[in-house]
Design a protein around this ligand. Structure first.
Ligand code: FAD
Ligand code: AMP
Length: 475
């Protein structure tokens, strides 16, 4: 006998668990199956984001930044400290306890919203059945009117750089080091590589990041990326662009890395090597034959704009489907699908998804870069404001970076907002809201921003678009 549900969600990451909760709020009978296990073998809801991604990385970024600021910056504020010492074990305990609290919170949220959380492996069978295999190997079929696939993604591994989890590691291992590596190598200067490189650099590692592309952060507005590059260099992050890693091998307690750049082949020895070359959709063991669910050429579950797969009443969301691999993108897709299943109106605005890189300074953006607008051929105007002219940023001893707005010349619509600077990840929310409501530059110019706040940088950047900045220089 199989239990029957209105909705069965496979995966309880930031895409799947909100979908399950919203389905519960919509008074649907819902179960959510998740197989995530931590290194100690314990099950935990929350997927990559809570266990091995967004949350633990931000915990360590915060701790490492405080350590670095206490060491190097507090004296500027007139605060004298004795010797500042790193207690990495305590820092890692804090990280682990935040993760535990957050993942435990999902169990409570499931209960509060009438979701049955099941820990085990879920496999979609034809006819909207989900076969659940529990920890003890026992199998239980669930019958569902609707199935939501939210199986997420896993790190890409390089065949010639064999992962051993100790010396050659992925981003998850690199969040759980129990000692600061003297020499850390990172393959890939993407978001994850830069965040992890920053953590360990601040804690004392000599960090070398090898990036195959000639350009740093090609997805970011290039004036912002150039500013970032300058800061990373000052921080001692050694980023080698145009450097393609061809192989690596463990050599005793170290790793020998071989990479090629315009000058030829080079060797680099490090103590730990993090492979951060991107993530791929994870669908292993997810689909039995004959379900009708199709994958695209890159292995993503194929879906339409509303996350419907090719199979009736089977939906897919999050990192397992096309679009940026971001927790908030998956969450919004999950809410949309759970509302559509309940017969409500729901849609997703893929044009207005913010991105944040939690380096120091932070980088955040929404909409099109100046380069993209230029390529589109639409006449545009742009303005920027440096945080060096922000009183609040000065008071914070964080007067670095800039805010920039790119707008259409014809109707003044805001096309993209780009920030590198203190709390950029928080500041971007205003930009997202403005763009979600199709704001014009004038709308932002006429919006009163509290003084002194970092958000004034967005106000001033909007003024600068029309060469009306008060506190900045209009170019
Ligand atoms: P996942 O979080 O991967 O969850 C999928 C879940 O499904 C997992 O628990 C998995 O075990 C389970 N599962 C898979 N198959 C099955 C099955 N057959 N049966 C049962 N369970 C199954 N994004 C941001 O937006 N902001 C950040 O700051 C950020 N930082 C990151 C830092 C790092 C180091 C990493 C690695 C990622 C980061 N990301 C960040 C990306 C973010 O983690 C992902 O976009 C997000 O987790 C995707 O959510 P998801 O629910 O689609 O998949
Ligand atoms: P992201 O996809 O944003 O996580 O970034 C991953 C980065 O890794 C990309 O910028 C790739 O160019 C880079 N990359 C992939 N393979 C290699 C390699 N073999 N050597 C160096 N960099 C690589």
């Amino acid at each position: 006998m199989s239990d029957s549900y209105d909705v069965v969600v496979i995966g309880a990451g930031p895409a799947g668990y909100p979908a399950a909760i919203r389905a519960g709020q919509n008074k649907l009978k819902v179960a959510c199956v998740d197989e995530w296990k931590n290194f100690d073998g314990s099950y935990a809801f929350g997927g990559t984001c809570l266990n091995a991604g967004c949350i633990p990385s931000k915990a360590l970024l915060e701790s490492s930044e405080l350590y670095q600021r206490a060491k190097d910056e507090f004296s500027v504020h007139g605060i004298k400290l004795g010797g500042v010492e790193l207690d990495l074990a305590a820092m890692q305990r804090r990280r682990a306890s935040i993760v535990k609290t957050m993942t435990g919170g999902i169990t409570a949220l499931f209960k509060a919203n009438g979701v049955l959380g099941i820990q085990g492996h879920g496999r979609l069978l034809p006819g909207n059945k989900v076969l659940v295999t529990g920890a003890d190997g026992a199998e239980k079929p669930l019958q569902a009117k609707h199935v939501i696939l939210a199986s997420g993604s896993v790190p890409v591994r390089l065949r010639t750089v064999p992962h051993d989890g100790k010396h050659i590691v992925d981003s998850w291992n690199a969040l759980e080091f129990d000692a600061v590596p003297a020499r850390l190598g990172v393959i890939g200067a993407g978001v994850i590589g830069l965040e992890l490189g920053s953590v360990w650099r601040r804690l004392g590692s000599e960090v070398t990041i090898l990036e195959a592309l000639e350009q740093l952060l090609p997805i970011v507005d290039q004036s912002i990326a150039k500013e970032a590059q300058r800061h990373f260099k000052q921080q001692g992050l050694n980023i080698k662009l145009g450097a393609t890693v061809s192989s690596a091998a463990v050599n005793g307690a170290a790793v020998d890395v071989v990479y090629t750049d315009a000058q030829g082949e080079h060797g680099l020895q490090v103590d730990k090597l993090v492979v951060a070359v991107g993530r791929r959709p994870f669908t292993e063991g997810l689909l039995a034959g004959g379900t009708g669910v199709e994958l695209d050429q890159r292995g993503f579950i194929q879906v339409d704009e509303q996350c419907r797969t090719n199979a009736p009443n089977v939906w897919a969301i999050g990192d397992a489907v096309r679009g940026p691999m971001l927790a908030h993108k998956g969450k919004e897709e999950g809410l949309m699908v759970a509302d559509l299943i309940a017969g409500h109106f729901a849609e997703m605005n893929y044009k207005v998804i913010p991105s944040v890189i939690y380096t120091a300074p932070e980088i955040a953006w929404v909409g099109q870069t100046e380069e993209q607008v230029k390529t589109s051929g639409r006449p545009y105007k742009a303005g920027s404001f440096p945080f060096s002219a922000s009183g609040r940023a000065r008071a914070m001893e964080a007067a670095q970076g800039l805010a920039k707005i790119v707008s259409a010349k014809d109707d003044d619509e805001v096309l993209g907002i780009h920030i590198i600077g203190p709390m950029a990840g928080e500041l971007i929310a205003e930009a997202v809201l403005a763009m979600e409501y199709s704001a014009s530059t004038e709308d932002i110019q006429r919006t009163i921003h509290a003084h002194p706040t970092l958000s004034e940088a967005i106000h001033e950047a909007a003024l600068a678009v029309d060469k009306k900045s008060i506190d900045g220089i209009n170019r």
